[in-house]
Design a protein around this ligand. Sequence first.
Ligand code: IVH
Length: 689
Amino acid sequence: MTTNQQTLTVEEARKRIETLTREVEHHRFSYYVLDRPEIADSDFDKLFHELEDLEQKFPDLRLPGSPTQKVGAAPSTEFKSVKHRIPLLSLANAMNYDDLERWQERLVRALDNAKHDLKYVCELKIDGLSIALTYKDGALVEGATRGNGEVGEDVTLNLRTIEALPKQLKPLQLGDNEHVPALVEVRGEVYMPVSSFNALNKGLEEEGEATFANPRNAASGSLRQKDPRKTAKRKLGLWTYFIYVTDDQIKQPTSHFENLELLRSLGLPVEPNRHLAPTIESVKQFCKDWDSKKHDLDYQTDGVVVKLNDRSLWDQVGATAHSPRWAVAFKYPPEEVDTIIEEIHFDVGRTGAVTPVAWLKPVKLAGTTVKRATLHNAEQIRRLDIRVRDTVVVRKAGEIIPEVLSVKVEKRPVDSVEFVYPTTCPVCETPLERIGNEVVFRCPNSFSCPSQVRRRIEHWVGRDAMDVDGVGESLIDVLVSNGLITTVSDLYRLTEEQLLSLPRLAKKSAQNILAAIEASKTRPLANLIFALGIRHVGTTGAEVLAEKYQSLEKLAAASADDIAGIEGVGPAISVGVVEFFNHPQTAKLIDELKHAGVSLETSASEDDSAPLPQSLAGKSFVLTGTLETMDRDTAEKSIKRRGGRVSSSVSKKTDYVLVGASPGSKLAKAQELGITIIDEVQFRQLIEE
Ligand code: IVH
């Protein structure tokens, strides 16, 4: 609603500007980030113009970072450092019930063995990442990650995308009045629901992108997105477990259970399965009960946090440098179950390495049904004497692939026979080889073994390789099994018609896939070398080789000695490279790639030695802070290659200070001396000029 601005006093204007700023910010966020506008565009415009008018009439009252100053752009996160008003401590662990009892005994001793009726609050320990929230006069003003406990990162905008997180606290009922505490600090855990995690990974897999190992990593990755719109799509959850209130009118809670009630009264989400335990026995029972019930929840818990309920005793028992003594984290052990090995299969990787995998009688483990477990290699099978139909112990620690830990020999069927490792490739039947003293067996049929072909193509399209967006494992599987591709060069011969003949592939997707394949033709030489999947050549090795040889053909012609002579390249790489290029199929592959139009050499734009116009000749630069769109080395190289100088300190002679995130004292010095300060966008413009 518009106010009559003519009649406003300065104080009224201040209040109105504050309200409008908050409202406009809120609606900009709903519109740009959440994609969920709450009001009509015309109503938003009214609010916006009222704010603009008021700011024009009372320029001194404009708030820093006012939305009128950043028109049109979607809000974006800046990970500035935030010093926590109250440090975020961690917790000591109790690995078993004895540890829990010892923790209780220490508490009693710290309280001089005085007769206290100690009660404990048990909360599920949510496996996510801890965050600190600050509310002023009820409004969320800051949200930060834990960082090192003292200083974290400002992720306010990303946190604001979490639906469960109130942006405004509910007022408390104090007698007949409603009251919002002046300053509220909240601690809690952001998590990714298991269902969202599974959906996210499925999507990433289909897009051929790297998946997250577990929901905690996924939550952490999502909260640290630069673009809050991406965080908004990740559907994060929140449970809060601590509150610190600074307010004259509010009685401080005297127990932790009341703490949790206060959080709830203010509208903050609190995990519902908390329990006020009258004895340590009751704590143990809670831990025991939840050990089996925890997998029914849609979030992961890795233990139970036990806190002394009586807050007045917290100071008495005190804290170590890292953790308070009045709380402890009971951790559930990695989970193990017994099951039966039904079959032993072999996975043939991109380099021909053959990995044995146990196909298990499906069994519930850590919340999921496990059907496979890795047996690592032939040595492991022999050492544990693993046989088909054996009962084995399978373990899953965190979310990593389950492994077979041991065999229950006493349950072995009488007619079981020792497992004989195959001598031929289980996919293409070529005799397996063992190179030198490697423990792995390999299939040497690199170019025709269907499993290797599939894996090689998967590697080829990967992000560090040719980065072909939209071509993932499942599409490759379909392409290979339909006979559309047998080598990576076949990718470049695919037609829209062929793609449309595949089940469930729409025209738009087919066009996107072809565009992505086309775009991959001009990847840097280092990516191409890595993409070829030469044994022992990782991303770093590929970079060194690309830098030295500048073209695939020159690399192919190099001798083992020549390659081994390069700094940072060992004999394994040089042998791997020479063997790869000696293979009769390699020449054919390179020829096909060349014909397809794949760039096989360093392009002029990557070539550091190509001459450039000396547009920055005589100019002196100082860099400060973390650059977000390029690394520091690249920025410095760009300056030097254009004739500029890079210096480490700001002086009157400095021409430009390039400022990234969290700049140091150099920025202040530059401002003091009136030196031109530029950000990354301006820097790019300067370079491109
Ligand atoms: S209390 C000073 N309560 O576990 C006490 N922590 O191992 C600070 N966590 O850093 C933590 N659920 O990230 C507390 N209900 C809960 C929790 C919880 C998960 C996490 C938190 C903390 C870590 C300590």
